[in-house]
Design a protein around this ligand. Structure first.
Ligand code: AMP
Length: 547
């Protein structure tokens, strides 16, 4: 008879952020957290960061923070934020990173919804937090990093980060934690309605960090210096602060200096080897490089995600700077990395063919399961052609939203991403649209992402966003919202002509508007909701070309 053997492994050994910290601060104790200060860098070792995390945990314990209680951060990317990233989860509390660019009403909503007890805030961000302060009903104390006018915090208890840490000794004893306990939380960017909370566990954070380190993702190691422009308030900066201590890679944090000049100075001075950013940041760097000399020679790879990157941008970085930018896909709900578009093994790196592969949204990352589903719920084939909604599941994909029942977002244990796209037989997937952005013209779908990508390839176009507008005959038609490059004179008819032959004739927009800037969300994505509202209010001057 068949004898089943049970595992003899220590399967109940918890995967926690504490073990990431322990590893990073001992085995890689000399790797560094480097914070840019505008003209020079501040260096600290991971061993020092860990000691400060211990001091911070001791101080938060004295402030009454217990297991499972939420501590908010309202901060840029810097060393103190990294210390909170470890202190709060490792003491058993929950780190709640707050988006510093949200309107006060939404900041108040998410702080109150998460019931943050303490908020750690940058002194230079006090003016941004101030309009929300009166509405915060659960916050008992603020810890202020650096200088700033604390009078805006009213009569709340105000403590200074440096004083708190100076009063404590390292050596805080980290508690044993259940790997399934909550470690951190982040609210979605909320382009529709109020943001919804996603809670990450120790286990999901550990596994996601491991998942992002393989060679089919970043391949980060001790010899890397990873610069993250992705804000630490947005999906744990794509998990990079955790991957860094696991792999021994040093971490480069730009502080509040997020414009192309200081960013590129930082890269040149500290010789970053990897950099992660959303496409708008990459586009800004490229544009800046057209006027000022920049040195990106230390970068071995860039990663881009959060929105589709235009092909013209990938090509320009490749030809001008010999820099490969690889695209990845993810969401707040997916921790975020679900796939990275490294080309298949038989494609030569840096070749033109390779750029085509990097234009895929991603290749499914080990650990994540993905499928596409049609409107009627049928699972569609992986043939690179069938288009449906992308659904995912896996150990770092959320199974619910925090105190917000939303059964419609899940399908038999799979997360409905709201992204529309294809998957091919080798697991490369291509997002063609958000379900709410797709243009339904005469019963056929037009991909706004594809039109935007192609238009961005015109020498006259700086930015292009395409939205659906109502049409009596076709139900919807595309409206292309264009920002011209400085000095460029292309008219609507020229741009329509540019698209001929690149897409089917019926997909070429006949509605055009020229704007000074495409409105962006708080995390730098095109805000099509604002564009749609501007169109509806008649604010956009629409020019029509001949169909
Ligand atoms: P967020 O939760 O704010 O990070 O937004 C997640 C959404 O960003 C996804 O559902 C996609 O619609 C979009 N997104 C992320 N990465 C990509 C990508 N590489 N290409 C296209 N859209 C993307």
């Amino acid at each position: 008879m068949l004898q089943l053997i049970t595992s003899t492994m220590q399967d109940d050994f918890p995967l926690t952020i504490t073990s990431i910290l322990r590893h990073g601060s001992t085995v890689y104790g000399q790797s560094e957290c480097v914070t840019w200060q505008g003209d020079k860098a501040r260096h600290s070792t991971y061993a020092e960061v860990a000691q400060n995390a211990e001091r911070l945990a001791a101080a938060l314990t004295k402030l009454g923070i217990g297991a499972g209680e939420r501590v908010g951060t309202f901060c840029w990317n810097h060393q103190e934020h990294l210390e909170a990233y470890y202190a709060v989860p490792c003491m058993g509390a929950v780190l709640h990173t707050l988006n510093i660019r949200l309107p006060a009403r939404q900041v108040a909503h998410i702080v109150n919804h998460a019931e943050d007890k303490v908020v750690i805030v940058d002194g230079n961000l006090l003016p941004a937090l101030a309009p929300a302060v009166a509405e915060l009903t659960t916050v008992q104390a603020y810890i202020v990093i650096g200088d700033g006018d604390v009078s805006v915090l009213g009569d709340a208890t105000v403590l200074r980060y440096d004083d708190l840490l100076a009063a404590e000794e390292p050596g805080f004893v980290w508690p044993e934690l259940d790997e399934r306990s909550a470690a951190s939380m982040c609210y979605t960017s909320g382009t529709t309605g109020d943001p919804k909370g996603v809670v990450y566990s120790h286990r999901s954070t550990f596994l996601h960090a491991l998942g992002t380190l393989g060679l089919s993702a970043t391949g980060a190691s001790e010899s890397d210096r990873i610069l993250t422009f992705v804000p630490m308030f947005h999906v744990n900066a794509w998990g990079i602060p955790f991957g860094a201590l696991l792999s021994g890679a040093s971490l480069h944090l730009p502080g509040p200096f997020m414009t192309p000049g200081p960013i590129t100075d930082f890269i040149a001075a500290e010789r970053s080897t990897l950099a992660s950013a959303v496409p708008t940041i990459w586009a800004g760097i490229l544009q800046y490089g057209e006027q000022s000399p920049i040195d990106l020679s230390s970068l071995r790879m860039g990663t881009s995600g959060g929105a589709a990157i235009p092909q013209a941008l990938l090509e320009a970085f490749q030809t001008k700077y010999d820099l490969r930018i690889v695209q990845g896909w993810g969401m707040t709900e997916t921790s975020p990395v679900g796939g990275i578009a490294h080309p298949p093994a038989d494609v030569e790196l840096g070749s033109f063919e390779e750029i085509g592969w990097r234009m895929k949204s991603g290749r499914i990352l080990a650990g994540v399961q993905m499928r596409i589903v049609s409107d009627d719920g049928t699972e569609l084939p992986w043939d690179g052609a069938a288009v449906g909604e992308i659904e995912v599941r896996g150990p770092w994909i959320t199974g619910s939203y925090y105190r917000a029942p939303t059964p419609e977002k899940f399908d038999d244990g799979w997360l409905r991403t709201g992204d529309i796209g294809t998957i091919d037989e080798r697991g490369f997937f291509q997002i063609t649209d958000r379900s709410k952005d797709v243009i339904k013209s005469g019963g056929e779908w037009i991909s706004s992402v594809e039109l935007e990508n192609l238009l961005a390839g015109s020498p006259d176009v700086l930015e292009a966003a395409v939205i659906a507008i109502p049409d009596d005959r076709w139900t919807e038609r595309p409206l292309a919202c264009i920002v011209r490059k400085p000095g460029a004179g292309a008219e609507a008819a020229d741009l329509a002509k540019f698209l001929v032959g690149l897409v089917a004739a019926w997909q070429v927009p006949e509605n055009w508007t020229f704007v000074d800037e495409v409105p962006k969300t708080t995390v730098g994505k095109f805000d099509k909701k604002v564009l749609r509202a501007r169109y509806q209010s008649g604010e956009l001057k629409v020019e029509r070309t001949k169909p």
